[in-house]
Design a protein around this ligand. Structure first.
Ligand SMILES: Cc1ncc(COP(=O)(O)O)c(C=O)c1O
Length: 468
């Protein structure tokens, strides 16, 4: 591609994206294609010779876009958000253009040093202990895997890395902890039978007394407790585990303490929500996802550790071809995680934080929380509905209720209600199960969502509920 052609298409793509951001509301939020439909439209064979960009871009609009579920739609209320922002997208374009692979300091000193600095910024923005060091991982799943691998090495004095795990180690998380913990437990060689799910209270938060009981029971049976994963903002209901009490238990029994704040961590940008991280000083590791709620496009997960030496000792490798004269004085992030090759993700974080400023980010998060509280008040005022979990952040769990109807029937009706609401194409909400009840979640966090969109969701819910 010639320079002028590249320039022309670049302008064209940015124009398209600028219009997309403005017009995304006109698409159905959730793609309406059937399984296999997009595959059926794609050529079975790769082209033998190069095709013109006009044709490729046209196919993108005609073939790919119909199969896109629009995460940046203001009616996005599903799962948790994965929001972005113009600043982030522009930075990502530069990242792609630079094509940097920042495995070690010398493969791009600015990438390594910017990563160190933006992670220090983030730690300060969330009120994390200044002694923690940060590294960007692709996802919270990877960060939690890193935590469990480091916990394993600490518990075995780095013997597991050398000779393999000789005896089982136990991992604890609440019944509401994310499925990435199961995955990490499996991959890190603990074995899924060694993950103990600890009961939760009426707020779906881990009960510290139950954790201690489980640890003692395991010790009595000759098993070795190694690690606890606490959650700030659980996936089903945004529950917050009591970090202070959990930290004290970890301290008493010498357990690795990992905090998964993938979604909820961003709320700590607000002084009024800092309570959620109270006790985080005791954590050995902590993760939150700027790619969820902090306007930084996927993927970008911020992982912090108290003792960076334990982390790097777990992952370090020293092949001759990667040795440089700077190794003693710089951070080589290849040793801070699983993969060798690393994307230059710090750039988009830097762009986002600088273009919004702390105040700008706080305004966005505070507004999402206000919208969730508004939605919560509507649910509370309507006797046909009930709240199913406390609302601390921007997630509301609720359901339709009906007198004299069995739990099974209520589950069926709520499932039907959700299908009808999502069938409108105007909004997309998802569900979960809390104490065996089918619960509808409205998760507010798309950058451009306003009260009008939340009101529209509520009006749709009410109107379909009338026909149930
Ligand atoms: C609490 C929690 N932890 C971890 C994850 C996994 O995040 P990721 O997709 O970054 O691995 C999620 C995803 O929603 C989550 O809600």
């Amino acid at each position: 591609m010639e320079k002028e052609e590249f320039r022309r298409h670049g302008y064209e793509f940015i124009d398209w994206l600028a219009d997309y951001f403005e017009q995304v509301e006109e698409y159905p939020v959730k793609s309406t294609v059937k399984p296999g439909e997009i595959k059926g439209l794609l050529s079975k064979d790769p082209p033998g010779t190069g095709e013109p960009m006009e044709k490729i871009f046209n196919d993108f609009k005609e073939t790919i876009i119909p199969g896109i579920t629009h995460w940046q739609h203001p009616g996005w209320f599903a799962y948790f958000p994965a929001n972005n922002s113009p600043a982030s997208v522009l930075a990502e374009l530069l990242t792609a253009g630079l094509g940097v692979q920042s495995m070690i300091w010398q493969t791009s000193p600015a990438a390594a040093e910017l990563e160190e600095v933006v992670m220090q910024w983030l730690a300060r923005m969330l009120g994390l202990p200044g002694t923690m060091s940060g590294v960007i991982q692709d996802t919270a799943s990877t960060a939690t895997l890193c935590a469990l691998l480091t916990a394993r090495e600490k518990a075995t004095g780095f013997e597991a890395n050398r000779a393999g795990l000789k005896q089982p180690l136990r991992v604890y998380a609440s019944e509401e902890g994310h499925s990435s913990i199961d995955k990490a437990v499996k991959i890190a060689g603990y074995g899924i039978e060694n993950l103990r799910r600890v009961p939760t209270d009426e707020r779906y938060a881990l009960v510290p007394g139950e954790l201690e009981r489980a640890v003692n029971e395991d010790k009595r049976q000759g098993l070795e407790p190694a690690c606890v994963v606490a959650t700030v903002g659980s996936t089903s209901s945004a529950a917050v585990d009591p970090l202070k009490e959990i930290g004290e238990i970890c301290n008493r029994y010498n357990l690795w303490f990992h905090v998964d704040a993938a979604y909820g961590g961003t709320a700590a940008l607000l002084p009024e929500k800092r309570w959620a991280l109270g006790g985080v000083e005791a954590a050995d590791s902590f993760v939150f996802n700027p790619h969820k709620w902090m306007l930084t496009n996927f993927d970008c997960s911020a992982y912090f550790v108290k003792d960076e030496e334990l982390l790097t000792r777990t992952f370090e490798i020293h092949p001759e071809y990667l040795k440089t004269g700077y190794d003693a004085v710089v951070k080589n992030y290849r040793d801070w995680g699983i993969q060798l090759g690393r994307r230059f993700r710090a750039l988009k974080l830097w762009f986002v934080i600088r273009s919004y400023g702390i105040k700008g980010l706080q305004d966005v998060i505070r507004e999402h929380i206000r919208l969730a509280e508004t939605f919560k008040s509507w649910v509370e005022e309507d006797e046909r509905f009930e709240l199913m979990a406390p609302v601390d952040f921007s997630l509301v769990c609720f359901r339709f209720k009906k007198k004299g109807v069995s739990e099974d029937e209520l589950n069926r009706l709520n499932k039907l209600l959700l299908e009808k609401v999502n069938g409108s194409g105007r909004v997309f909400l998802t569900h979960t199960s809390l104490n065996g009840s089918y619960v509808i979640r409205i998760s507010i966090g798309q950058r451009t969502t306003t009260e009008k969109n939340v009101r529209e969701a509520w009006d749709l819910i009410k109107s379909f509920a009338s026909s149930l």
